[in-house]
Design a protein around this ligand. Structure first.
Ligand SMILES: [Fe+2]
Ligand SMILES: [Fe+2]
Length: 322
């Protein structure tokens, strides 16, 4: 027997909770991003990976390209869970429905990105992360490097999840901005540079998705600017620099202020990236990376200056703060 009295309203739902919900799509820009996400979906399985013939490469080239994909996976694999955490947060804190929907689309995008890494990596070195046997000391060190990158990824994950106890959502999202801006630029450049049509296809899709993610991070920040407190404004450069430092592993070179790595890490890392570039994967040289980071970040800086928001010092790429 139902015990509630007939005609009575239900009790208030204790918060935080995903309920109650409504279908308010407050902002047209978000609606546009959501529509784009639905139209731009793609399947990494449709890329012609069979055209990447392992026999076209020597053993070191295969290892080096698998290394690069496994390195990128450090940033793509946990991203699905990162945005899933964001999705729970925006839902239980009753951000409008469009915010929830857009965040949900990014969860699936990141699954696609991680699958792309897995396919690129395993096509060249099957079971690279589990079961693949290095054939010499350099290959063993390459795999060890990847495990070190993931160890640091684990430290980042801890910091990310605990950031929800310290900052409001827009502040958390600010550190994604650098990553999305620079990843979109990096993948565009790599799509231009790679020799292989399958890789070009993959990078084009990645670049399109990242540009959409960037539009979302701008939306979240711009929407929050009028309500930022003085101490939150002062935190912006720190959050931006965190994003820069973390993503520098793949987009530039890893700064010691976060990355804990063995002393011969960089020798092996540079050798792998150079070899992957020589094999036609499209990996940028350090100089090309510096230029790509710099131009993208100056654009972010210009846009932020419109709101009179401070910007961090990034001496690694010759960008000064404000
Ligand atoms: Fe991604
Ligand atoms: Fe992204």
């Amino acid at each position: 027997m139902y015990r509630e009295t007939r005609g009575e309203d239900p009790p208030e739902i204790a918060q935080p909770n995903a309920y109650p919900f409504d279908w308010d799509f407050v902002d047209k820009r978000l609606l546009k991003i959501y529509s784009r996400a639905k139209k731009e979906h793609w399947d990494p399985a449709d890329i012609d990976w069979s055209s990447v013939n392992p026999e076209d490469y020597d053993p070191l080239q295969k290892t080096a390209m698998a290394y690069w994909w496994a390195e990128l996976a450090n940033f793509e694999n946990n991203a699905a869970a990162s945005f899933a955490k964001a999705l729970v947060h925006v839902t239980t804190n009753h951000y409008d429905n469009a915010t929830q929907k857009v965040t949900a689309t990014i969860v699936m995008d990141e699954c696609r990105h991680d699958e792309t890494c897995m396919r690129g990596c395993n096509r060249l070195c099957p079971n690279f992360l589990k079961g693949w046997k290095p054939r010499n000391d350099l290959e063993a060190k390459a795999l060890r490097n990847i495990r070190w990158i993931y160890y640091n990824g684990g430290r980042y994950w801890k910091a990310y999840t605990s950031s929800y106890d310290k900052f409001r959502f827009p502040l958390i999202f600010t550190s994604f901005m650098m990553g999305e801006a620079c990843a979109s630029k990096l993948f565009n450049e790599m799509a231009r540079k790679t020799d292989h049509p399958a890789f070009r296809d993959a990078f084009k899709h990645l670049a399109t998705d990242e540009s959409r993610h960037l539009a979302y991070t701008w939306f979240v920040l711009e929407d929050a600017i009028p309500d930022l407190t003085e101490s939150e404004r002062a935190l912006i450069p720190k959050r931006l620099r965190h994003g820069f430092v973390y993503l520098s592993m793949i987009l530039f070179e890893p700064p010691e202020e976060f990355w804990k790595l063995p002393s011969d890490f960089m020798d092996v890392h540079r050798k792998m990236e150079e070899t992957a570039a020589g094999a036609g994967l499209g990996v940028l040289s350090l100089d090309e990376k510096r230029k790509a980071w710099q131009s993208t970040i100056l654009e972010v800086k210009r846009k932020l200056s419109r709101y009179d928001l401070p910007f961090p010092d990034l001496p690694e790429i010759d960008v000064s703060g404000t």
